[in-house]
Design a protein around this ligand. Sequence first.
Ligand code: HEM
Length: 235
Amino acid sequence: MTWKQLFTSSVGKKFVMALTGVSLIGFLIVHAGLNACIWANDDGAMFNRAARFMGTTVVIRIMEVGLFIGIILHIVQGILLELENRARRTIRYTVPLGNRGSKWYSRSMGLLGTLILLFLIMHIYHFWTPSRLGGIGAIQELQHVEYAGDTTVYHDLYREMVNVFQSPLIVVLYLLGCISLAYHLLHGFSSAFRTLGLHNQRYVKLVKAAGIAFSVIVPFVFAMMPVSIYLGWIK
Ligand code: HEM
């Protein structure tokens, strides 16, 4: 397959979707793991240190650029594939197959992806812009903290998180984002590995099971972050 076909043919587009999808799955593992530091319940010290490491390490900043390119490619190719599929589906089934043909979430990947995109725009505005750009518009400048025995001054991203998750509306929007992510992954995880060539029956079953576990556990861990803060389980 040529570079051009990778972006113009249907197979090429599916391949790019799968490759970027698997990289985004990798990102979610790192992101959930790093954010889980908030449960150390140490006033954000461990989390702020981990966030500072991610924000100041050159290799990780370069990977961050790759992450944003990956997200954009995943979205653009997704939209193009959805439009192609719709154009091909001009003749409807006389009796809709419903869940007998495929699960509702497999047929709603475009809608779920759009909800995740809306969530991401809000999310980047809440945390990434104040952390990387020093605050824009209504966002307050990030406070700074020092921890005992450590002279480094940290961005208090943890406090920002605690502030953001005081609003019940924002907590609900985050929960909706996590639910959309769970259903998107439920189809996307195993579909990506199949597209990348995993056809062996034994491995297909294994990847399906791993996909279900991942789609439940990771969004649940994310969802518990705003919930734990809003309910005051961590301060
Ligand atoms: C629901 C719980 C979540 C919390 C509390 C949370 C928290 C954060 C924080 C604090 C940052 C800024 C990191 C920094 O600037 O150092 C961030 C960045 C980011 N988050 Fe989340 N996040 C959550 C869920 C998600 C989900 C579900 C996704 C993807 C669907 C996601 C995608 C991103 C992206 C793309 C960035 C910017 C890239 C980066 O800085 O590495 N986040 N998040």
